[in-house]
Write a protein that binds this ligand. Structure first.
Ligand code: SAM
Length: 252
């Protein structure tokens, strides 16, 4: 009781949920959800009976956070879920976690699927260090500055992007000088039409432009992994990682 659980749910394939997540969702008094319809569907799929659901999304935080705090302080256990993946990662969750931390209400992660981690894990890029960039600003000087930052970044970068903005983002990265940089575009991970496009930012832009032209528009969910700056950096990093591993092995 009086505990807030951040429960990761699948990003596509419904088998990607942990046993602990299922048990937590079954046992809590309240589920705070980004979209009640999505969560009802998941609970039904997991054979979890009627549950008190509280809507908790970016547009109702002013009312949902105090309401959930009141429930927690009254002794309820609450699970936070988003539509897909890990709550709080480019998803609602921040304000509630911050408020609970301030009030010393225990917050417990129940980890699982996260599109960024899934994409970087199969990228084949050095991933001992990487940047999670989330969604880029949609326009203006903020977008320009972030694009420039991504282009100059020496580490691998993972971005989220909406399908109708993918070509703009790849195009802007290309225009900003990153056309030759390696990239893995992960589309519809864990779903029926999962695919990975491996190439450069320029080749990915051309590839998806052709698909958009053929199909009228791009469909699906996309995560983009930009390679670390260059091969020399990559080699150096691998050397460093190997040296650390060797050091650890000799220490042990
Ligand atoms: N909290 C989620 C997580 O842990 O991954 C991310 C939520 S964010 C609102 C949704 C974005 O994640 C999508 O626009 C897409 O960029 C990425 N994404 C989610 N599911 C994906 C999938 N199955 N394949 C590729 N990208 C995905």
């Amino acid at each position: 009781a009086r505990t807030l659980y951040y429960v990761a749910t699948p990003i596509g394939n419904l088998e990607d949920i942990t046993l602990r997540a299922v048990r937590t969702l079954r046992e809590v008094d309240v589920v705070a959800t980004e979209d009640t319809r999505v969560t009802l569907g998941l609970l039904r799929h997991l054979h979890i009976g009627p549950k008190k659901l509280v809507a908790h999304h970016d547009h109702n935080l002013a009312s949902s956070v105090p309401k959930l705090i009141e429930l927690l302080e009254g002794g309820a256990s609450v699970a936070v879920v988003s539509d897909a993946g890990t709550p709080g990662i480019s998803d609602p969750g921040l304000a509630l976690a911050a408020e609970c931390a301030r009030r010393s209400i225990p917050i417990v992660p129940v980890p699982g699927a996260c599109a960024a981690v899934a994409a970087i894990s199969v990228s084949g890029f050095v991933s001992t260090e990487f940047i999670f960039g989330g969604f880029l600003p949609r326009s203006g000087s903020g977008r320009k500055a972030r694009i420039a930052e991504m282009v100059g970044e020496r580490r691998a970068v993972v971005l989220y992007e909406a399908p109708h903005r993918m070509l703009d983002t790849l195009g802007d990265l290309k225009m900003a000088g990153a056309g030759g940089r390696g990239v893995v575009v992960a589309r519809e991970m864990t779903k029926l039409h999962e695919e990975f496009h491996r190439g450069t930012i320029a080749s990915a832009h051309a590839w998806y432009a052709a698909i958009a032209e053929r199909d009228g528009k791009l469909r699906g969910e996309f995560a983009v992994v930009i390679a670390p700056l260059d091969a020399a950096t990559l080699e150096q990093r691998e050397g460093e990682a190997a040296a650390v591993a060797e050091e650890r092995a000799t220490e042990a």
